[in-house]
Design a protein around this ligand. Structure first.
Ligand code: B12
Ligand code: SF4
Length: 465
């Protein structure tokens, strides 16, 4: 038996391909491969930079699906179905909107794969796949499961190993797909297994792709203490309230933290309240004390902002651009607020009749990546799209790169830190323009054939736990 794992791309440029130059190893593919019995052959295609060989003989195709990659995932599914190969889909998007995805797959997996993937494989072996597999309860994620990283070799990923210590987040930001997926719960792995996973891979630079690394403080502190003697460097993702805990930041520094992605989202309290972004509102003084603590510890911050919430005006977005440059953040992401299916934001905008693209931007042939998919309160959708692009362009301009580098505590802390700063700022600068306005999926005729109003599956909202 052979199983083919596929990570789909977002899409393509208007008149040519788009290759993601900053691509990282897709951890979920490694985790799924790690659970496949040894007597089964595994193929893995990363559609973001290689062509999928649809004609390679295979017995089961497993596709991971995010909302941005749903259109492409369905194209891939269709190619295999044409060849009579069963297709299973799982990940964020199928969990958030199962009735849509079920239309394009023989079987779908809701929530994490660990408890059901082996059964899915056995059922596929016997030709008896069920339409839906669902993990009833998550306790300890990835228990006893180690990702297979050999499937990533030779694919040109950036040299950092992705790993997870925990999954989920206890907060309930209104736009967050993760919060909807995990129903505001946070789950930690056994830290002995995480330490073993670190030892068994070759790299000294790790990316903890936890949704919120500090979601369970006691456990993370215990883990960081064990990490110190391993002498690795790591980056991660966490909420800004990390800075309010002196013991935590100290342990992070000692265990080799170089920096992390942090969701600032907005710089004004009314906007943060509107989003339910509670971790940012603790001792809110426009982040001044938190940024000072984090910079003093040498952390290079990747500040993430969301643009377009109901208190945003042209002026507040311009202020956000200046704020990030003034604070000399190492990197910044300016994401337009996206109504992901089955999030509170989606439901609110639907009720207020503000959703564009037939309420399903992820399927719509006219939707373009990084474009607004709803009517903002204080500007047009086009204006918001333009401001998002401007924010990314200004933050990543040469002038801004030169200005932001001058921080002796962070970007100029060592030659290594400086080289990270320069290398990835130049890469992200290129990506701003390359990624803007990508079409979702690759095939145009696909839409005509499958997404005419008559045949499109109606969006009814889901009863996700
Ligand atoms: C790491 C990460 C990134 C990394 C990319 C890493 C990589 N390898 O390329 C970076 C920072 C670059 C990134 C970028 C983006 N990301 Co991102 N990212 C994540 C994050 C935090 C973790 C993903 C991960 O590796 N998890 C670890 C693995 C083991 O878990 P998993 O993916 O959940 O898979 C499990 C189950 O879902 C299931 N499963 C998954 N697939 C399949 C398939 C089958 C067949 C089966 C049976 C089961 C199954 O089993 C797995 C094991 O239990 C997720 C949040 C999340 N919780 O998923 C967001 C997330 C996926 N990203 C998101 C977004 C929006 C983006 C961007 C579009 C942001 C932007 N505007 O630029 C970009 C573009 C991504 C792209 N496709 O190019 C959203 C997607 C929302 C949605 N509804 O689809 C998420 C959910 C974050 C959020 N809070 O909303 N991202
Ligand atoms: S803090 Fe981050 S991960 Fe948690 S709900 Fe908010 S946006 Fe999502």
């Amino acid at each position: 038996m052979r199983i083919t794992l596929i990570k789909p791309r977002i899409g393509r440029k208007e008149f040519g391909p788009y290759i993601d130059e900053g691509r990282m190893e897709p951890l979920q593919m490694g985790v799924l491969a790690g659970m496949i019995p040894e007597d089964i052959d595994v193929s893995f295609y990363d559609d973001r930079m290689e062509e999928v060989n649809f004609d390679e003989p295979t017995d089961l195709v497993a596709v991971t699906v995010e909302s941005f990659t749903a259109r492409r995932a369905y194209e891939i599914g269709k190619e295999y179905k044409k060849r009579g190969v069963p297709v299973v889909m799982g990940g964020t998007h199928p969990t958030l909107i199962p009735e849509e995805v079920a239309h394009y797959a023989d079987s779908i997996c809701l929530w994490d794969a660990e408890a059901v993937w082996s059964t899915m494989i056995e059922d596929a072996r016997r030709g008896r796949l069920k339409p839906v597999y669902k993990q009833e309860k998550i306790d300890v994620p990835q228990e006893g499961i180690f990702p297979r990283r050999d499937i990533f070799r030779g694919k040109g990923y950036i040299p950092v190993s992705l790993i997870q210590f925990s999954r989920g987040c206890r907060y309930k930001c209104n736009f967050c797909a993760t919060s909807a997926y995990f129903n505001q719960q946070h789950y930690c792995r056994s830290f002995h297994e995480v330490l073993r996973e670190i030892e068994e891979q070759d790299r000294k630079l790790l990316f903890f792709v936890d949704d919120n690394f500090i979601g369970s403080l006691k456990q993370v502190k215990a883990f960081l203490r064990e990490l110190i003697p391993m002498k690795i460097n790591w980056v991660g993702q966490m909420s800004i309230d990390a800075a309010n805990d002196p013991e935590l930041v100290d342990l992070m520094q000692k265990s080799g933290c170089l920096g992390f992605v942090v969701g600032f989202e907005a710089i004004y309290a009314d906007s943060l309240q509107w989003m339910n972004k509670y971790p940012n509102l603790k001792n809110f003084k426009q982040y001044e004390p938190q940024i000072k603590v984090l910079h003093d510890h040498g952390f290079q911050l990747w500040a993430a902002f969301t643009l377009g919430h109901d208190y945003d005006t042209v002026q507040t977005i311009e202020d956000t651009i200046s704020f990030a440059i003034k604070n000399k953040f190492t990197f910044a992401a300016y994401n337009i607020l996206m109504p992901y299916p089955n999030t509170p934001l989606y439901r609110q905008l639907e009720e207020e009749d503000r959703l564009l693209y037939d309420k399903t931007w992820w399927l719509h042939p006219d939707y373009r990546f990084n474009h607004a998919a709803f009517k903002p309160k204080h500007m047009t959708a086009d204006k918001l799209t333009e401001l998002g692009y401007r924010a990314r362009t200004e933050f990543n301009s040469f002038g801004s790169i030169c200005r932001r580098v001058f921080n002796l505590k962070t970007n100029m802390r060592s030659l290594f830190r400086l080289s990270l700063y320069l290398r990835y700022n130049v890469l992200f600068r290129r990506e701003v323009h390359n990624k803007q306005g990508l079409r979702l999926g690759l095939f145009d005729r696909f839409y005509k054939k499958h997404f005419t109003r008559r045949t499109a599956p109606a969006y009814k909202g889901t009863g996700n736990g």
